[in-house]
Design a protein around this ligand. Structure first.
Ligand code: ADP
Ligand code: MG
Ligand code: MG
Length: 199
């Protein structure tokens, strides 16, 4: 079973990973966006880590809701409200249980991904974070390692796609040939989940 401490460790691991990879995320965003994805998420996840230290929510749902709220309030770009919605929706789906199992986590993340799709209007294949998140959620039933592999494959598979949502869509055909920054950061988030589960 996964308790609040597991979810706090997931968010801390994600924050460390985003911090390490911020330059790469920003470089990807400089090719098809406005070169701020790494700095946006670094600011957001630093705030998440700080808030979790201070408030230490004692349920999995509480951890994800607090994290989502921090992302919404500290990230100016499109990714803030979208990742905020992912985590808040997932947190709400977990309710006030003290521990959840992997199946409940998978269902909660699916609700979160549906929330992101409802907010941003993106579908799979639009070259967004959805292209990493959706396959990861689909694979989570098989295990954390399978989810990580599916997210990484999904992010890599955005390279030949033409962006249909977000800033990159303004480039039309010129968005082809570049990996989507948000799909890449989503793969980091899922890799952090797998790393937390394996630790
Ligand atoms: P901004 O584009 O406002 O500068 P970021 O650079 O932080 O924000 O985030 C860009 C990422 O957000 C994109 O690479 C894409 O994955 C994701 N994104 C943008 N718009 C949408 C949307 N409508 N639905 C899902 N994801 C989106
Ligand atoms: Mg950007
Ligand atoms: Mg921006």
């Amino acid at each position: 079973m996964l308790d609040a401490d597991f979810f706090r460790r997931w968010m801390r691991t994600a924050a460390a990973s985003v911090d390490r990879e911020a330059e790469r995320l920003t470089a990807l965003d400089s090719a098809i966006g406005d070169a701020d994805h790494g700095s946006n998420l670094r600011r957001g996840f630093t705030a998440v880590a700080t808030a979790l230290e201070k408030e230490a929510p004692d349920t999995p749902g509480g951890v994800l809701i607090l994290a989502g709220r921090q992302l919404i309030s500290t990230v100016g770009g499109a990714s803030g409200p979208l990742y905020g919605t992912l985590l808040r929706r997932a947190g709400k789906a977990l309710g006030d249980a003290a521990e959840v199992d992997e199946e409940e986590l998978a269902a909660a993340l699916r609700a979160g991904v549906e929330g992101v799709m409802a907010l941003g209007g993106a579908a799979p294949g639009d070259k967004t974070m959805i292209d990493a998140l959706m396959p990861a959620v689909d694979a989570l039933g098989t295990g954390f390692g399978a989810a990580r592999a599916a997210a990484e494959e999904g992010a890599a598979a955005t390279v030949p796609l033409r962006a249909r949502k977000g800033r990159a869509s303004y480039l039309g055909e010129r968005s082809v040939g570049h990996q989507d920054p948000g799909a890449t950061s989503s793969a980091l988030l899922i890799a952090a989940l797998a790393e937390t589960a394996e630790a």
